[in-house]
Design a binder for this molecule. Structure first.
Ligand SMILES: Cc1cc2nc3c(=O)[nH]c(=O)nc-3n(C[C@H](O)[C@H](O)[C@H](O)COP(=O)(O)OP(=O)(O)OC[C@H]3O[C@@H](n4cnc5c(N)ncnc54)[C@H](O)[C@@H]3O)c2cc1C
Length: 500
């Protein structure tokens, strides 16, 4: 079908057509829209978002104390200076994203309350057809797009991961998932148990500790934390000197990235030293008598899971104050009054908060078909963690675990824009990542090496994810310091892409 015929047919069926359809208005989708307007001017696009506003993660998570665990100089976009303390609250991040939207006219491209459930690629039309529901009216909505940019994040926003424990129904108090925080939750003076020891627990606990009766963090095994001041003295000095905000942003990003690269490298080359440094940071807040060996010494080496930054040690200070405590044990069952532990100990609770992580969702719980055939992403091979073999005209954004997510969202956006411009120059309408003859016998491995990075939600969802090969093109490295140089240098005509 010609472009004119597609537009005519779409009009007849009241299907709106766009050059690019972005799914998701979180930090990746809003960033993608920005880059598209700057790097591919004249491209028509729409951003389809299930929720009632932009923000993604920062809209969904409303539990007390929701904040970033990485600095906003690198979690913020490359193009929009961050001008305050590095660890930011949910409200500050939403304000920042809102400014990006209004300053660049992105808001008028976003359709809220549009949940997409079906994506069909047609090779004869060289077009994606997306189908979904307007959650405010119940209407079915359809869009067509030449290119699909999936910015749906990595977890199901509607519900967090809730393991099944014996006796949960018997518990007479309230069970709360932080991802669906009830606005009416009154925790003043209450006994609270938070199950889990990740970033969510570490940010929630200091935020509620003062008001609740007591909060216990119940963990099966400990997690690494980094502590330090929520300030970057260099940024503050430069601001004092009235240096331009864009310069400060760039300089501070460079400094943070350099320091992170050293830290990441050391986690592999001298894991024991890094471990001792992290534990010393914890001890500095908890004092010499606290049992750091049991409650804060993980079994894995540093960086095999994300390390949450605890600004000003607030989580540890809550423990030191006696308002919060840590129990390292396993759950035998819930009881009417709380939790029975495998050790035989019991924890009384009025409220149990399950900070147990996410339900990984691959590509937004959308049913994908390619020319009528259901698409199973685990049958594909990843192209540098951005595209999938045999899936035309589609990119997904999956950010970094060890560095800020947005660093990769910016890099992927540059790649998408370059690819779109390349398609235009070539007069091609379809690009499909395809294994080259020399790649055919390559061993295929799980998407990410669990030895390298192994949080629960990734391991639980690995069977849904694409395979990886043993060459850079067919791997998702999770390494910013490699990708920042490799992505801009990708040869779009190296045979890994088939154009039609
Ligand atoms: C509490 C918390 C703190 C975090 N802190 C950090 C941090 O400090 N640093 C860091 O690097 N990372 C952090 N992360 C990870 C974080 O999720 C990512 O960094 C980033 O926010 C993801 O952005 P995103 O836009 O790719 O996806 P998301 O924020 O998940 O947004 C995706 C959007 O797509 C929409 N969507 C999904 N499927 C569909 C569909 N089918 N139809 C329509 N819309 C759809 C969703 O509604 C959502 O709004 C944190 C995560 C959490 C939960």
């Amino acid at each position: 079908m010609t472009e004119m015929a597609i537009l005519a047919e779409a009009a007849a069926q009241q299907i709106e057509h766009f050059d690019v359809v972005i799914v998701g208005a979180g930090i990746s989708g809003v960033g993608g829209a920005y880059h598209l307007t700057k790097q591919c001017p004249g491209t028509s696009f729409i951003v389809l978002e299930a929720q009632e506003s932009f923000g993604g993660t920062w809209l969904t998570h409303r539990y007390p104390g929701t904040r970033s665990d990485s600095d906003l100089y690198t979690f913020g976009y490359r193009f929009k200076p961050w001008t305050s303390a590095p660890i930011a609250t949910r409200a500050e991040i939403l304000d920042y994203m809102g400014e990006v939207n209004t300053e660049n006219g992105i808001d008028r491209h976003i359709r809220y309350r549009h949940t997409i459930s079906v994506a069909r690629w047609s090779s004869s039309d060289k077009l994606w057809t997306l189908e979904g529901t307007r959650t405010d009216t119940g209407e079915t909505v359809r869009f067509t797009g030449n290119f699909l940019w999936m910015c749906q994040g990595y977890y199901r926003h509607s519900e967090g991961y809730m393991p099944e424990w014996r006796g949960m129904k018997d518990f007479e108090g309230r069970i709360v998932q932080p991802q669906n925080w009830p606005e009416d939750l009154d925790y003043a003076g209450k006994k609270i148990v938070v199950i889990g020891s990740g970033a969510t627990a570490a940010t929630l606990i200091p935020a509620i500790a003062a008001e609740c009766g007591h909060v216990t963090m119940l963990q099966r095994s400990p997690t690494f934390f980094r502590t330090g001041r929520n300030a970057i003295p260099l940024a503050d000095d430069l601001r004092e000197l009235d240096i331009d905000a864009a310069w400060i942003h760039e300089i501070v990003r460079k400094k943070i990235l350099y320091e992170q690269s050293v830290f990441t490298r050391r986690s592999f080359t001298e894991p024991e030293t890094v471990k001792q440094e992290l534990l010393a940071g914890v001890r500095a807040h908890l004092g010499p008598d606290y049992d750091v060996a049991t409650h804060f010494t993980p079994r894995y080496r540093p960086w095999r899971q994300r390390i949450a930054f605890v600004p000003d040690g607030d989580f540890l200070e809550a423990i030191r104050s006696g308002k919060a405590s840590v129990v390292t044990d396993e759950i035998e069952s819930f009881t009417e009054a709380g939790i029975l532990l495998k050790s035989g100990e019991t924890l009384e609770a009025d409220i149990i908060i399950t900070a147990t992580g996410f339900n990984l969702n691959v590509l937004g719980d959308i049913d994908f078909t390619i020319d009528g055939e259901p698409l199973n992403f685990s049958d594909t091979v990843t192209y540098r963690g951005m595209m999938f073999t045999g899936v035309p005209n589609m990119v997904w954004v999956f950010g970094y675990f060890r560095a800020s997510w947005t660093l990769r969202a910016d890099l992927v956006a540059d790649f998408v824009c370059r690819l779109l411009n390349h398609l235009k120059e070539k007069g091609a309408r379809q690009v499909t990542p395809t294994l080259r003859p020399e790649d055919q016998d390559m061993p295929l491995l799980p998407w990410i090496d669990p030895e390298n990075f192994n949080p629960g939600y990734v391991i639980r969802g690995m069977h849904l994810l694409p395979k990886r090969g043993d060459k850079p093109e067919w791997q998702h490295t999770q390494d910013y310091w490699v990708e920042k140089d490799e992505f801009p240098a990708i040869d779009l005509d190296d045979g890994s892409f088939v154009y039609e």
